[in-house]
Design a binder for this molecule. Structure first.
Ligand code: DC
Length: 231
């Protein structure tokens, strides 16, 4: 493929398969893959394990006062073929994927101070281009000039079933109803928050994958990448 390096921004609701296609693309192109949702999840996990989120509620100011001490980073895992997320030097890739973290992450990611810190870090990661980043505001806020923007969609039921299967496969004892509720609740919170809500950038290409196999989806997106690289 071409030597030209671009930024590929992938946005969409939860469990629309953003990370699957982002990983495939990064591998194919030799690009860096950054899961920006993992960064918000890591901060949420920090808040939950440091007493800022408990049965008494959420101490937002307390978390904000500690933001300087939270360091989120990525380290490439050769065996897995993607970069895992680290919180203050500790691998938290598994811990951040639980339903408990999912239930709080939209509240944490709605805090402007949290977003400001992570967006700054995301900009740094994209300085050299050659990056695929997925999230909610990548094409709208983080990289508004990204050469290729994708907006992934699928029905809430399809997405909840995917997430439910993933959690079950990991041995998590969850019900489909709880997962569906979480998906719908996050859709609502992520697209109605004041700071950087999720919406499709005007120049993003929408991919509805409710009825696409992974191979069909990848072929379709790879064609778009090739066209962008030839531009
Ligand atoms: O992609 P994910 O489901 O792992 O993301 C977790 C949450 O993080 C999601 O509900 C909203 C938030 N998020 C965000 O606000 N902005 C991003 N760029 C990525 C994720």
């Amino acid at each position: 493929m071409s030597q030209k390096k671009i930024i590929i921004a992938i946005d969409g609701f939860s469990s629309t398969g953003k990370s699957t296609v982002a990983k495939q693309l990064a591998k194919q192109l030799g690009y860096i893959y950054v899961d920006s949702g993992a960064m918000y999840r890591a901060i949420t996990y920090f808040a939950m394990t440091n007493g800022f989120i408990d049965e008494n509620g959420f101490d937002v100011d307390g978390l904000i006062s500690k933001l300087e001490d939270i360091h989120v980073s990525f380290k490439f895992n050769k065996d897995l073929g993607f970069a895992e997320v680290y919180l203050n030097g500790i691998n938290v890739e598994k811990e951040i994927r639980t339903l408990e973290v999912s239930n709080f992450v939209s509240k944490v990611s709605a805090i402007p101070e949290v977003r400001k810190q992570l967006v700054k870090q995301q900009h740094q990661l994209g300085l050299q281009k050659g990056i695929v980043m997925d999230g909610r505001d990548i094409g709208t806020v983080v990289f508004p000039d990204a050469e290729l923007k994708l907006f992934m969609t699928a029905s809430a039921e399809t997405r909840a079933l995917r997430r439910y299967d993933e959690l079950k496969a990991k041995g998590d004892d969850v019900s489909f109803e709880d997962v569906l509720n979480n998906v719908q609740e996050r859709d609502h919170l992520d697209s109605t928050r004041k700071d950087s809500p999720l919406y499709k950038a005007e120049d993003a290409i929408e991919i509805d994958n409710s009825n696409l196999s992974l191979d069909e989806q990848f072929d379709k997106i790879l064609k778009l990448v090739t066209m962008t690289l030839e531009d």
